[in-house]
Ligand binder design. Sequence first.
Ligand code: SF4
Length: 330
Amino acid sequence: MQLTDQFGREIRYLRLSVTDRCNLRCFYCMPEEGIHFLPKDQLLSYEEMIRLCGIFTSMGVDKIRITGGEPFVRKDLIGFIGSLADNKQIKKLSLTTNGILTRPYLSQLKACRIQQINLSLDSLDAQNFHKITRRDEFDNVMSTFHQMLDEGFAIKINAVVMPGINDHEIVPLAELAMNYPVSVRFIEEMPFNGTGSVHAGIKWDHVRILAKLKSRFPDISPVPAAPNSTSQNYTFYKAMGDVGIIAAFSRTFCGTCDRIRITSTGEMRTCLYGHNVLDLKALLRQGERDEVIRDSIVRVVQKRARDGFEAEKLRGTNNPIGESMSVIGG
Ligand code: SF4
């Protein structure tokens, strides 16, 4: 069977968060003091995650991305990824990381069928990196970036564009795609910042980011988007890689959305902007059979919001967005 929503969108992509913890404190994601991190027994165990992934791949999911918080903050992650890679129904297994703890595991990741890694990097300036992340890890992350290049990973750089913080670095970040075979993606800022304060609109949307890129690369031209892609990519003269823009706040790509999320606590989300719709951990821990869990998944997917705006509205006024991205998994 192929899991499909009521709009005919096939669900093929699962974003699995393995932890709510992180070793950075990016201010657009969580407050300096961090968030109330959950005790381990409230998180899905690796065995539960393997079982859930098996259920989803039996319903047509063939792409799984490991996210966090920061995945490598969770112990024995590489063992878990190795077990997950044994599920041959997964055609594409990938990872999002901030690169701080990642380097020692790169060759093992390759052995686990991980070819593509998203690296979060919002600045190419050590001081500004520190200002954004509240940690002194710039050199470490750049060493990971270069070792990932040397080891031949397909790299996507994710940079959130923040007014007055790193908007002056849009061009230097984009120039990475001139000098390296990487895809540099600029992401509109989102309101998942752990403070509960609702975001008052964005200053750097996809239109303005593109205009900035055009000012540096006048010949910039769109690259045909991969099906279901959230990133609109562009190339330019002498580019070794490409640049992309993810209109994550403007939500221009919901019509082809093929993804769902599982948080590290086993909550299922059918839209990033929506609320949790199904407690998979509860179903597992009350001993439900796979078929029962599958039926529950089908039911909530059939009630999925048309797009991120509808999903946000369905949260209602008592449940405004404000949770940290690290509890959702990006
Ligand atoms: S905002 Fe929601 S519906 Fe739109 S692409 Fe993201 S997850 Fe899908």
